[in-house]
Design a protein around this ligand. Structure first.
Ligand SMILES: [Zn+2]
Length: 574
């Protein structure tokens, strides 16, 4: 090997249009990668001559390259552990599921191939009752008829489960079974019998524990899910971890150098299989780990989800005129304050789920108290789902003053935006998804999908949604609150790196950064952002290795060209 080749880059990309997200050098044509890092960025004429004999040179032929994308809120490991042997009833994955009758037919078919007595688990989508032809969930009696000899449960999102009579019997649940704290065993008001609907924590009376397959098996399932992330250009995820099998599985993949996606583990300390103070006792903080696998903070959930009508809103939802669903508070203020305070005091970054305005104010209270007791700059505490709605000027000012990072969820708009028009009324149609307001207020906006349980991980779809504000049906909500395309791209790259405490290593295509790059098959600046879920990813590079390459033998997915001007002009960088 010639001496020059020792220093030659491993990989060089030329003739591209690089959107670097680096304000010092926003655009370039080419970059060089060595040992997993970017070593040069510039014009093709400067970079191409750096190539030596061992260098792989990829001609981008005018295509757009970006820093690898991030998804700041996923449940990937937990979902991978659950994804086995479940009857697929999710319309977001299989549009053929259109009615309760379709779901019942699938369960009947599954039951006919299942020995009597064996449990059957099925998965539906969040708020599927609003899309099913009958406009309701299946009933206990329908599940009984479909599977008379098997205990059956079906989940619809994370917050509600419907079970059949065999499942209820098998778990010893009767009319006398009380609702657990933070959950509801729904009972028939006339007979007092369980209806088969179990909300929030009550779900676990039916579902039991999902894990138990062991970290080896889980690691393989996680690896498959990570490959799907790469196919959409996602090279960093913040994954909510609830079980030691998940941490063990990730460590196995990292040890074997099989992690192609950088994983920030956000460790759930309440309602998980960990002891609440374990991380505190061990003195572990966010950032511990490697560039591939690290602790990203802790997670808690204050209220339930809106899909199960369990979010804590101060005003009832419009389909609940008598206020029968005030929402569930799963952590009382005292416990919340104490947990936030003690982890904050030790230096941990905290991520807290809050959907309804009652929960939003509870967590802002808790952060405010902790910051007053122990002032700390650069804590980067987050509120998961803040920024979807109900961001009043007071709440925005308070979150800003406290330095809180809101993490809104574009898939709630895209997949669930249509039923939300009815449920949340003007909270959604007038105040919904205030991306523009939050951006202009100076928040480092990032997005989390909550995938892949209900829909796939797809950061391009999500940032496109932040630009288009368009739902699955094509309806637009709050079009005055859209981001410009370059802002949305920044959210899922540079901003996400900052929120991951990794801004010195990730988020831009700059010399010295880790070489995570995505090459798109179409120009995102001139494509319809409402159809970014079809925007092809041609190439994903992580840590300098090509980890995904689109097979171009079949027809390329077509992306409809933009049919209307984007907010603020075409949104081009140039
Ligand atoms: Zn979540």
């Amino acid at each position: 090997m010639a001496r020059d080749d020792v220093l030659a880059p491993d990989l060089v990309l030329v003739n591209g249009r690089l959107l670097t997200m680096d304000s010092q050098q926003p655009q370039a044509e080419a970059l060089a990668i060595r040992d997993g890092q970017i070593v040069a960025v510039g014009a093709t004429a400067e970079i191409e001559p750096l190539a030596g004999a061992p260098t792989r040179v990829i001609d981008l032929d005018g295509r757009t390259a970006l820093p690898g994308l991030a998804d700041c809120h996923v449940h990937l490991a937990s979902d991978a552990g659950r994804s086995v042997a479940a009857v697929e009833c999710r319309d977001f994955f299989d549009p053929a599921v259109q009615s309760v009758a379709d779901i019942v037919a699938r369960i009947r078919e599954w039951a006919s191939n299942t020995p009597p007595g064996q449990w059957i688990a099925a998965r539906g989508s969040p708020l599927q009752d609003t899309r099913l032809r009958e406009r309701r969930l299946p009933t206990r009696e329908e599940l009984d008829a479909a599977a008379p000899n098997n205990p059956v449960w079906i989940s619809f999102g994370a917050h509600v489960v419907v079970a059949n009579s065999a499942a209820i019997r098998e778990r010893g649940i009767t009319r006398d079974t009380p609702s657990p704290q933070g959950g509801t065993v729904v009972k028939d008001p006339r007979t007092g019998e369980p209806t088969g609907v179990f909300r929030e924590r009550a779900q676990y009376l039916i579902r039991g524990k999902d894990s138990g397959q062991g970290p080896e098996v889980l690691a393989e399932r996680i690896a498959l899910e990570l490959d799907k992330c790469l196919a959409r250009g996602v090279t960093t995820i913040h994954d909510i971890i609830i079980d030691k099998e998940e941490t063990l599985a990730y460590q196995k993949l990292a040890r074997e150098r099989r992690l192609p996606v950088r994983v920030h583990m956000i460790i759930r300390v309440i309602e998980s299989n960990f002891q609440k103070w374990s991380l505190l006792d061990l003195g572990l903080l966010q950032g511990l780990g490697s560039d591939w696998l690290r602790i990203g903070g802790i997670k808690m959930s204050i209220d339930g989800g809106f899909t199960g009508r369990n979010a804590a809103f101060s005003r009832p939802l419009s389909d609940d005129p008598h206020g029968e669903h005030p929402g569930l508070i799963r952590i009382q203020q005292d416990e919340l304050d104490e947990t936030v305070l003690r982890y904050h005091q030790q230096g941990m970054r905290i991520c807290t789920h809050a959907i309804g305005d009652v929960a939003l104010d509870m967590i802002l209270d808790a952060y405010e108290k902790a910051l007053a007791a122990y002032p700390r700059t650069d804590h980067r505490h987050r509120v998961e789902h803040m920024g979807n709605w109900m961001m009043t000027p007071e709440r925005i000012a308070r979150a800003k003053r406290l330095g809180i990072v809101p993490v809104p969820n574009p898939p709630f708009l895209y997949f669930l935006g249509d039923p939300l028009v009815d449920m949340l009324a003007e909270r959604w149609t007038v105040e919904g998804f205030p991306s523009r307001t939050l951006w202009d207020a100076g928040f480092p906006l990032v997005f989390g999908s909550d995938a892949p349980g209900y829909y796939p991980v797809d950061a391009l779809r999500d940032l496109g949604t932040a630009v288009a504000h368009q739902t699955l049906s094509g309806a637009r909500i709050t079009p005055h609150e859209t981001l410009r395309i370059h802002e949305a791209l920044r959210a899922q790259t540079a901003n996400a790196a900052w929120v991951g405490f990794a801004e010195h290593r990730l988020g831009t295509l700059s010399v010295g950064k880790l070489a995570d790059v995505v090459v798109l098959g179409d120009d995102p600046l001139h494509s319809d952002p409402a159809r970014f879920h079809q925007l092809p990813v041609d190439l994903t590079i992580s840590g300098g290795r090509v980890v995904y390459e689109r097979q171009t033998t079949g027809p390329a997915p077509q992306v409809t060209p933009a049919v209307r001007p984007m907010a603020g002009g075409c949104g081009c960088l140039h």
